[in-house]
Design a protein around this ligand. Structure first.
Ligand code: NAP
Ligand code: ZN
Length: 342
């Protein structure tokens, strides 16, 4: 079978490899679609630790082709989505229910072979059933949506709340939709691209703002702005210094900031503890998807979360190496690899 293999930092190739066999408790999946995420590009550049040689791809759906010994919940022909993050279930963090903070966390597509291939073998416990009639490409959004859902859970949005979303990439555009579903009446998207702002408004943002050349959405919280006094919740989805630094000042006193964006290891930002303390602003970080994958899948299956507008292009495995080793195209939100396309 063909697989996109990371051999070492900067060395990514489409290769012919042996088709894997499912062991005990494992499923062999025929991959239908796998999203290209910023993390895949970081892995290529060595900015995120991986275990090469490894097949990349952690946002995927497929059909169960073969079940290994002892598999109980799945049979051949079922469509599934994969939670790529494998917790050990035995360490002190897992024993406290914090599976995303597992001391032995392993990720499919990072530490073991993933979804940019014709087939993959995954542990049964990482598979979640999808209906036969769902577009498999839509199922590939379950993983990023599950990460956003954890952030939304931590944000504690109350009905009628105001929410500012910083960054209109795939994460920000999913968070906009989740914030509306969670009951926020004002959801303001701050992002530089006019196309992303327009898309954000069609997906439920009540307004969208260009941070402007100064990089700070000045008009937003001023006395005559859309949210004088600030937002109940600010969700940072850009992962850049400016947005992380400005997030607390966009929150109202007593408000909450949730950081979803990832900055490079070792990066530092400047935040004023005095302001956090005297205005009692909570600063929360949200890491991956503990126990949110099932709900994410259900939200996509039900149509409550729209993912079709987030798909910029569908490509085959042959084009995947070029797409992963280069930055996303201008305006691109999500590119998906469909092994069936070539
Ligand atoms: P992305 O496509 O790069 O989206 C980030 C967006 O932020 C960009 O599209 C950009 O759009 C916008 N942006 C950049 N600078 C900005 C600024 N100064 N002000 C306002 N907007 C700005 O990435 P993504 O896939 O949506 O992911 C977003 C972040 O979440 C990444 O850091 C990713 O690593 C992280 N992430 C975290 C988790 C988790 O578990 N916490 C899970 C998945 C992803 P414009 O050009 O329109 O400004
Ligand atoms: Zn991802």
């Amino acid at each position: 079978m063909r697989a996109v293999r990371l051999e070492a930092t900067g060395r990514l190739h489409l290769q012919e490899v042996e088709k894997p066999l499912p062991g005990g408790g494992e499923l062999l999946i025929r991959i239908e679609a796998c999203g290209i995420c910023g993390t895949d590009r970081h892995l290529f550049h060595g900015e995120f630790p991986a275990s090469p040689p490894v097949t990349l791809g952690h946002e995927f759906t497929g059909i169960v082709e073969q079940v290994g010994p002892g598999v109980g919940g799945f049979r051949e022909g079922m469509r599934i989505t994969v939670d790529p993050n494998i917790a050990c279930g035995r360490c002190p963090q897992c024993q406290r229910g914090k599976i995303n903070l597992c001391e032995n966390l392993q990720a499919i597509g990072i530490h073991r072979d993933g979804g940019f291939a014709e087939h993959a073998v995954i542990p049964e416990k990482q598979a979640f059933a999808l209906p036969d009639d769902i577009d498999p490409v839509h199922g590939a959004f379950c993983e990023p949506l599950a990460c956003c859902l954890h952030g939304i859970d931590l944000a504690g949005i109350k009905t009628g709340a105001s929410v500012v979303v910083l960054g209109g990439g795939v994460i920000g555009l999913l968070v906009v939709q989740l914030a509306r579903l969670a009951g926020a009446t004002d959801v303001l998207l701050v992002t530089r691209s006019a196309d992303k702002r327009r898309l954000g408004e069609t997906l439920g943002a009540t307004a969208s703002i260009d941070p402007g050349s100064g990089g700070f959405p000045q008009g937003l919280i001023s006395a005559d702005g859309l949210l004088p006094g600030g937002a109940d919740v600010v969700i940072e989805c850009a992962g850049v210094r400016e947005t992380i630094e400005q997030a607390p000042s966009l929150a109202r006193s007593g408000g909450t900031v949730v950081i979803l964006g990832v900055m490079p290891k070792g990066a530092k930002v400047s935040i004023e503890p005095f302001d956090l303390l005297f205005r009692e602003v909570s600063l929360i970080s949200s890491f991956i998807n503990p126990f949110t994958h099932r709900r994410a899948a259900d939200l996509i299956v039900s149509g409550a979360i729209k993912v079709e507008p987030l798909i910029s292009r569908r490509i085959g495995l042959r084009e995947a190496v070029e797409a992963i080793s280069n930055p996303a195209r201008p305006g691109e939100i999500r590119a998906l690899v469909l092994p069936g396309l070539g």
